[in-house]
Design a protein around this ligand. Structure first.
Ligand SMILES: [Zn+2]
Length: 484
């Protein structure tokens, strides 16, 4: 048993009532003491009885926000392309915690020949004893046969795996439209929430072939082969497939305003289409590809960052609720050494470089600094797109994503005045670079608490590997509200 109080005068906190619906504006910040017992918030008080607490955390002049929920990250996956993912559950979860995130939901990827259950056992073995914060798993589906959709899928949903991802591109993962329809029909029958990677595979491979024929394969050609038209078309097609089956979907890592417009169109028609964008589409652009030599390859991800004017559109998408989440799509590689990007690619060729970039630790500080501090989004919108909406969409609310009585004490103290220039040296992932090197941030998470335990404080990692727990997730709010 332990009792704690997070207390300060004056201070602010943000509370989202457990009855708050996903699209309503949440209440305004207010001052309170937070009483915590056995990892849960037991009271929000005007004046907590401090003397009865084992530990009092002074949050004077700090902002106390719900811990971030990272709904899109790749940890310890066998990855496409030759390079090896740099983070295991220890380094990935520590990096997340140091960046103010208290829950991660990485993907469990099925290796051909494995059942979904075997793939999950494999990921549980990787996470157990390693994760410092709580975690769940989305499952990547690649072989939607009758056995999987009729038997494995419903059994997994009952066990707390309620979200599944399908790809419209990548050899070995790509599903044809009829297969996606089968998945969506099974999802509708059993309450699964389907996440879709939307890019037109044939467009990409055809364009890549044209470029290869000309020997025009520098990093900047990533943005040509994976152009916004291929993303727009696939996004529209995924929306249409969802409409045919009449079931909600979630569109991952939307990079272009062209794709965003399809989502806006669908939402205006009342279709249950949900979506996220990522920091790399808000803070990076095609200009970054033209950095000399291998530098330009640090920005290759799929879909890639777009032209410099694109980010303004995406910010409007966040402001207008077209995007419900901003996720990192953390997919860390090392550039140097064995298994690194340079060695595995062998040459400067946009399609030989394993796609993906790191960002699990920088997601919240970048969004806070560029979003809240620059007045693009409110504090409430920041919390919604980085925590609360993820908790709701991925079946964790109100246990996670909110500061409310009965919720887990997953809290982050923000120093809103701290000025930080991001360098990879200060980060905790196991890669060897950050695409945000040198970028200035105002505001930084200075303490992260996971279920009442401080895991990160003033530059020190305190979370013990293995303390993170697996989260059995409920059905997505998107699925539940759509089922009525
Ligand atoms: Zn991803």
């Amino acid at each position: 048993m332990s009792e704690q109080t997070v207390r300060s005068r004056p201070w602010l906190t943000t509370i989202f009532s457990s009855r708050t619906e996903l699209w309503q504006p949440p209440p305004i910040p207010f001052e309170a003491d937070i009483a915590i017992k056995d990892g849960k918030i037991i009271a929000l008080l005007e004046d907590a009885p401090v003397s009865s607490a084992d530990e009092v955390i002074d949050a004077t002049n700090r902002l106390v926000l719900p811990g971030g929920i990272e709904g899109h990250c790749h940890i310890a996956e066998p990855f496409f392309g030759g390079a090896k993912l740099a983070d295991d559950f220890r380094s990935g979860s520590i990096a997340a915690a140091c960046g103010g995130t208290t829950t991660i939901i990485p993907f469990a990827q099925q290796i051909p020949g494995m059942t979904l259950r075997q793939a999950l056992d494999d990921y549980h073995a990787k996470a157990t004893g390693e994760a410092v914060i709580d975690y769940g798993f989305h499952m990547i589906l690649s072989n939607p046969d009758k056995q999987m959709l009729g038997q494995e899928l419903p059994a997994l949903i009952a066990d707390g795996y309620t979200s599944f991802k399908v790809y419209m591109t990548y050899d070995g993962l790509r599903m044809e439209d009829n297969q996606i329809l089968d998945v969506l029909a099974a999802a509708r029958a059993h309450g699964a929430f389907i996440m879709v990677h939307c890019e037109n595979d044939h467009c990409i491979s055809w364009l890549a072939e044209q470029l290869e024929r000309k020997g025009d394969v520098g990093p900047e050609k990533m943005g040509v082969a994976h152009g916004p038209v291929a993303e727009r078309e696939a996004t529209h097609r995924a929306i249409s497939l969802s409409e045919v089956v009449d079931t909600p979907i979630f569109i991952v890592h939307v990079s272009s305003h062209q794709a965003m417009e399809q989502i806006a169109w669908a939402r205006n028609r009342g279709l249950p289409i949900h979506a996220e964008t990522c920091p790399q589409y808000l803070f990076l652009s095609t200009d970054d590809f033209s950095r000399p030599g291998w530098e330009g390859t640090k920005y290759i991800c799929s879909p890639p960052p777009r032209d410099p004017g694109n980010a303004d559109h995406l910010w409007r998408g966040i402001q207008n609720g077209i995007f419900q989440l901003v996720s990192s799509d953390h997919c860390p590689y090392r550039m140097e050494g064995p298994g690194g990007r340079i060695e595995s690619a062998g040459e400067l060729h946009f399609h030989k470089i394993s796609p993906g970039l790191p960002g699990i630790e920088t997601r919240l500080p970048l969004m806070f600094s560029e979003g809240v501090m620059k007045g693009r989004i409110s504090l409430q919108e920041f919390v919604a797109v980085t925590a609360t909406n993820a908790a709701k969409l991925y079946g964790l609310h109100p246990r996670k994503g909110t500061i409310a009585v009965g919720s887990d004490a997953d809290l982050v103290l923000w120093d809103t005045e701290r000025e930080v220039d991001i360098t990879h040296d200060m980060l905790h992932d196991n890669g060897d670079y950050t695409p945000y090197e040198g970028r200035h941030c105002t505001g930084w998470p200075v303490l992260t608490m996971s279920r009442g335990t401080v895991v990160w404080r003033d530059g020190e990692v305190l979370g013990q590997p293995g303390r993170g727990e697996f989260l059995h997730r409920e059905l997505s709010s998107a699925v539940k509200s759509y089922a009525g």
